[in-house]
Design a protein around this ligand. Structure first.
Ligand code: HEC
Length: 298
C-alpha cells in the first residue's frame, strides 16, 4: 500500500515538473498574441506612465459625430516634420534667463497634418503636471508659435521641475501680449477643440457685467491653466472659489495680498504670474470671481 502511495506521489511530482515548461510556453505564446491588446486595455494610468517614459505624446481629435479618438506621436515623428533651432527672448524675459536655446516644430505645420471635421478652432494643451494650456488657431498663426521638443538652458540657470518639452515657444520677432498663456510647458497631449464649447460653462458668469467680462479675459489668459473653474482649466493651484469669499471685502483683500506674496519674482517654482497682471486687472478678476455667487448655479 505504502509503495503504491509513494509511487503515486512520485508520478504526481513528475507530472508537475513536466507541466511546468508547458505552462510557461503557453504563457509566452499568449503574451505574444495578446500582449498588444493588453497594452491597449491597460488602465489609463498605467498607459500614461509607459507613454511618458518613451516620449510619446497624444494627439486627440473628434470626427463629424463628435466621437473622440487619439493618435500617438513619438518625439521622432514630430521632429520628422522638420525642426528649427531658435532662441526666444519672450521666454527668456518671462523666466529671467538669457541665452536659452530651443529646437522645435512649427505648430501650424503640425496642425496641417490633420483634417478637422468638428469645427475645431483651438488646441487644449494637457500637461504632465495638471496644467491645462489653451491656444486658438488664430494665435498660433498670427504669432507663428512653435512646439519645442528640446530645450537647453544656459549653464548655471536653475530649472524648475515643470520646464520640460513639449513646450510652446514664441519665436523672436513675434510680439504676442505678455501673458502666462504663451508659456505652456510639460505638454503630454494636444487636443483639438472648439473654443466656444470650451468656454461655454464660464461665459454666462462672465456676461454678468462689463468688469466681470474684462476679468474673465485676464483670468483665461493667466490663471485658468492652474486654477480651474467649472471643469475647465488645470488643477496645479488651489480652487480659488473655495479658498476665498469674494463677496466680502476681507476675502478680496486676502486674495490680493496672497497673490502678490506668492506669485512674485521670488516664487520658488518660477511662477511669477505677477509680472503679467496689473492691480487694476486683478480687481477685474475679483469682479469675475465674485459673479459666481450672483449667477444661479446649474
Ligand atoms: C503655473 C500655475 C499657476 C498659475 C498660472 C497661477 N497660479 Fe496661483 N497658484 C499656483 C500654485 C501652485 C499656488 C500655491 C499652492 C496652492 O495653494 O495652490 C498658487 C497660489 C495662489 C494664490 C494663493 C493661495 C493660497 O492658498 O495662498 C492665489 C491668490 C493665486 N494663486 C491666484 C492666482 C491668480 C489670480 C492667477 C492669475 C493671475 C494665478 N494664481 C495663476 C499656481 C498657479
Amino acid at each position: 500500500m505504502k509503495q503504491i502511495y509513494c509511487g503515486f506521489i512520485a508520478f504526481f511530482l513528475l507530472f508537475c515538473v513536466s507541466c511546468e515548461p508547458r505552462v510557461d510556453q503557453l504563457l509566452l505564446l499568449d503574451l505574444k498574441n495578446v500582449g498588444r491588446y493588453l497594452i491597449e486595455y491597460l488602465p489609463q494610468k498605467e498607459k500614461v506612465r509607459k507613454i511618458d517614459s518613451q516620449n510619446i505624446y497624444r494627439i486627440t481629435l473628434s470626427d463629424q459625430f463628435g466621437r473622440i479618438s487619439s493618435e500617438f506621436w513619438t518625439k521622432k515623428k514630430l521632429e520628422s516634420l522638420g525642426t528649427r533651432k531658435m532662441p526666444s527672448s519672450y521666454f527668456d524675459r518671462a523666466m529671467k534667463y538669457s541665452g536659452t536655446e530651443f529646437e522645435g516644430v512649427s505648430l501650424s505645420k503640425i496642425i496641417s497634418q490633420f483634417k478637422f471635421k468638428n469645427y475645431e478652432d483651438a488646441i487644449l494643451l494637457n500637461c504632465f503636471d495638471d496644467y491645462q494650456g489653451f491656444l486658438t488657431g488664430s494665435e498660433i498663426l498670427k504669432y507663428d508659435l512653435y512646439l519645442a521638443t528640446r530645450v537647453k538652458l544656459e549653464s548655471g540657470s536653475s530649472k524648475p521641475g515643470w520646464l520640460n518639452p513639449l513646450l510652446i515657444i514664441v519665436p523672436d520677432g513675434k510680439t504676442p501680449p505678455f501673458e502666462e498663456k504663451f508659456l505652456t510647458a510639460n505638454i503630454k497631449e494636444l487636443k483639438f477643440v472648439r473654443s466656444s464649447e470650451y468656454y461655454a460653462p464660464l461665459k454666462n458668469i462672465a456676461n454678468t457685467s462689463k468688469e466681470a467680462e474684462q476679468g474673465f479675459e485676464v483670468y483665461k489668459s493667466n490663471c485658468l491653466f492652474c486654477h480651474g473653474l467649472k471643469n475647465r482649466g488645470g488643477n496645479k493651484g488651489v480652487r480659488l472659489l473655495n479658498r476665498y469669499s469674494f463677496a466680502k471685502n476681507e476675502g478680496q483683500k486676502m486674495f490680493l495680498s496672497d497673490f502678490k506674496s506668492f506669485h512674485d519674482k521670488d516664487n520658488a517654482d518660477k511662477q511669477d504670474v505677477k509680472q503679467f497682471v496689473t492691480t487694476d486687472q486683478l480687481e477685474k478678476v475679483i469682479d469675475f470671481l465674485s459673479s459666481f455667487n450672483k449667477v444661479k448655479q446649474t
